[in-house]
Design a protein around this ligand. Structure first.
Ligand code: 3HC
Length: 289
């Protein structure tokens, strides 16, 4: 089996999908980005272009490299256009049923014999997605971190049925093509990073809820006391509180441990549509930025 991948598809152009599409295009890949509506595709495109501009301002990207990368990105609302892709990375909303349905549809569309079907899920078992297809050996978890262009980690998560050749193709792509650092994780909800991170973020929300300290002081404590780049509540806002709730729900379902249960404040904020940075308000107000 040839290890190199020549064409990539990314399904979902939200926070993570657009970041993944961006790094793939910057690494020289032709990337087809799929969304449900042309409005969603347009906002994914705008997010990518903003990130390119930011990278240029920070001196991380030359103008001609940006123009080349933009030329390698195309957008569609038609899943059939993914037929010839050699690697497809799913990055839609963190909802198990939506992902299962998508994997089942992709399975019928993809024609490349050695195709790798990867998911960026943070919490849905890879096996559930694999079993929605006729080729579970080709399905693997490739979990990126937000912001994808900045954070260098990818968790690689084979299921019990993933073929070794699929693991090697996905590893080669993440490590060599994208230049990411790859760690291996078992197919357990939360993998490595979220298994450690989510209980910490939920504890910070519980601390706020209990009145022990205010938003600013909780965050300042971890930034100045532990040298974290951002405090837990600002990080929860960056991840998205709806996504946090979905991950916490999955972890609670899997392990039945109280530390994974979403606290009432998180539930109410999600009910209210206060999803964090992406909706303009979470623990902080982003409406001016
Ligand atoms: N492309 C390339 N590089 C970029 C860039 C872009 N679009 N935007 C910024 N950068 C670079 C900057 O040049 C800078 O690099 P340097 O250190 O070499 O100068 C670096 O990224 C940091 O950028 P900024 O100085 O503009 O921003 P900050 O210093 O304010 O950092 C942050 C912002 C990167 C978000 C930082 O606060 C951080 O790392 N926070 C923690 C994020 C985190 O923990 N994410 C994980 C979330 S968990 C997850 O995603 C899993 C999911 O399943 C929940």
């Amino acid at each position: 089996m040839r290890l190199a991948v020549n064409s990539v598809g990314v399904v979902g152009a939200g926070l993570m999908g657009s970041g993944i599409a961006e790094v793939c295009a910057r690494a020289g890949m032709n990337v087809l980005v799929g969304e449900l509506t042309s409005e969603a595709a347009a906002s994914g495109r705008a997010r990518i272009e903003t990130s390119f501009d930011r990278a240029m301002r920070k001196g991380k990207l030359e103008r001609h490299d940006r123009d080349d990368a933009l030329g390698r990105l195309s957008y569609t609302v038609d899943l059939d256009e993914f037929a010839d892709r050699e690697l497809v990375i799913e990055a839609i909303a963190e909802d198990e049923q939506l992902k299962v349905d998508l994997f089942s549809r992709l399975d019928k569309v993809l024609t490349w014999p050695d195709v790798v079907l990867a998911t960026n899920t943070s919490s849905v078992p890879i096996m559930r997605l694999a079993m929605a297809t006729s080729r579970p050996g080709r399905v693997i978890g490739m979990h990126f971190f937000n912001p994808v262009p900045v954070l260098s980690l990818v968790e690689l998560i084979p299921s019990l049925l993933t073929e070794p050749a699929t693991v090697e193709r996905a590893r080669t792509f993440a490590a060599e093509t994208l230049g990411k650092v790859v760690v291996n994780a078992q197919d357990r909800t939360g993998f490595v990073v979220n298994a450690l991170l989510i209980p910490y973020l939920l504890s910070a929300i519980r601390m706020l809820e209990s009145g022990a300290a205010c938003v600013q002081d909780i965050d300042l404590s971890m930034v100045l006391g532990c040298a974290h780049p951002m405090g837990p509540l600002r990080l929860a806002d960056l991840i998205g509180l709806d996504t946090m709730k979905s991950i916490a729900d999955s972890m609670y379902r899997e392990f039945k441990e109280q530390r994974y249960a979403p606290p009432p404040l998180l539930l109410r904020m999600v009910d209210a549509g206060l999803y964090g940075r992406k909706s303009g308000r979470g623990f902080y107000d982003y409406s001016a930025s």
